[in-house]
Design a protein around this ligand. Structure first.
Ligand code: SAH
Length: 392
């Protein structure tokens, strides 16, 4: 085997990588030995020539190298099978899948040393999301390995155009292997859901909120519940299971509202599904009329330049939600903007409370569910923040 091309780091830039950080930014690179092509696997060495690991190379990206191993090993079919086996062992240790939960994240990109690959398992199907050229170039090998390691009948590929354009490969939204299907039945903590990978958002479901949905269920008994940005109704269904008195779920997408209604019927839950913009809806709700409110909006800050607008948006949204909260209510407020860090988000919620003329106390802080493993210190991967607030 020919020695792969080698990237040499600038002096003083290796420390985070030695401690497990998986990314190399362009400004950390001193020199490139050899002529790696975009998508190739390269070796990464520190300024003194010591091997840190090997990873996918893409000079088009602001992150030209993403490590996938700390060893001097080939990144081939056997490597992918080992990675998948290791990922399965970790999920199995976390109790996934189980009799009551068949939707889980098997591979979480950097957290499973496969940067640019997410694999969500939905019962007897799986969805692979590809976001780097390194993974895209090897997708056939990877899909072979997934089929060999997992008892799946259908493998979907969802490779969003945004990443594909940035990295330089063809986007995809298709059944890559096995039986053609559009809808996959799964269970989440005993709740029956239908996942539609090719017409849904993300890989079809927001698995990252699974544990938070279950927690919301424990706070729902007797409550008047409002689930805003409800998507397929996950929080609303958990609240129904938890014994809520009345449930309203709001989403601006007609498709989402139809899915909420189907899921409610399927699970014998009574949920009033409303197609509306979240802000418009909250502006016209009766003040102090809900005991449990969940707000789980899409990313407001896509990039750093959006930060100020996002801050204002989150602040207003939290203020409106708090106006709708009865005294003694619980507000569960979420942000999935990586650019808004945990401390900033807390300040935003404080400002929202001030704007609404209400007081809140935080009693719980949560992130994504346990199957979303991450290397320590990889703050770039920490996007989801959830605050549980008691409304005074
Ligand atoms: N809470 C959901 C996930 C929410 S994803 C769960 O647990 O599964 C965000 C949702 O917000 C999407 O379903 C999207 O259709 C909806 N959305 C986006 N913009 C919106 C708006 N302005 N008003 C209401 N809903 C909106």
């Amino acid at each position: 085997m020919a020695t792969p091309p080698q990237i040499v780091l600038r002096k003083g830039r290796a420390r985070p990588l030695w401690f497990g950080h998986p990314w190399v930014y362009a400004n950390a690179i001193a020199r490139t030995d050899g002529e790696p092509a975009a998508g190739d696997v390269v070796s990464l060495v520190d300024h003194d020539g010591r091997l840190i690991g090997r990873g996918f190379y893409n000079p088009r990206s602001q992150i030209p190298i993403r490590l996938c191993t700390r060893a001097d090993e080939p990144v081939d079919a056997a490597f992918f099978r080992k990675r998948i086996q290791r990922a399965r062992a970790a999920r199995s240790r976390l109790g996934l899948p189980s009799e009551s939960t068949t939707a889980y994240r098997l591979i979480n990109s950097e957290g499973d040393d496969l940067p640019g690959l997410v694999v969500d398992v939905y019962g007897d199907a799986a969805v692979a999301q590809v976001t780097t050229l390194g993974i895209a170039n090897r997708r056939n090998e990877i899909f072979d390995a997934l089929e060999a390691e997992l008892p799946i009948k259908t493998l979907f590929e969802i490779s969003p155009a945004s990443y594909a354009e940035l990295e330089g490969f063809a986007p995809a939204s298709r059944v890559a292997r096995g039986a053609q299907r559009t809808s996959i039945p799964v269970l989440e903590n005993g709740i029956a859901l239908e996942v539609e990978p090719l017409s849904g958002q993300k890989t079809g479901m927001f698995i990252d909120q699974r544990e938070t949905r279950a927690r919301v269920g424990t706070l729902a008994r007797g409550a008047r519940v409002l689930d805003v940005y409800a998507y397929a109704g996950g929080f609303a269904l958990a609240a129904a299971r938890g014994g809520a008195a009345a449930i309203t779920a709001v989403d601006s997408s007609a498709r989402a509202v139809a899915r909420i209604e189907a899921h409610a019927a399927q699970n014998g839950a009574k949920i009033g599904a409303v197609e509306a913009d979240a802000f418009r809806y909250l502006e016209t709700t009766t003040p102090k009329s809900f005991d449990l409110i969940v707000i789980d909006p899409p990313k407001f800050a896509r990039a750093r330049k959006d930060l100020e607008a996002a801050r204002k948006g989150y602040e207003r949204l939290n203020a409106l939600a708090l106006q709708a909260a009865a005294p003694g209510a619980v507000l569960v407020t979420c942000s999935c903007s990586q650019n808004v860090d945990a401390e900033t988000f807390e300040r935003i919620v404080a400002a929202g409370a001030k704007q609404a003329g209400r007081e809140v106390r935080i009693f719980e802080r949560r992130g994504p569910a346990a199957d979303h493993l991450l290397p320590p210190g990889f703050t770039e991967g920490q996007y989801l923040k959830v605050l549980f607030c008691y409304v005074v």
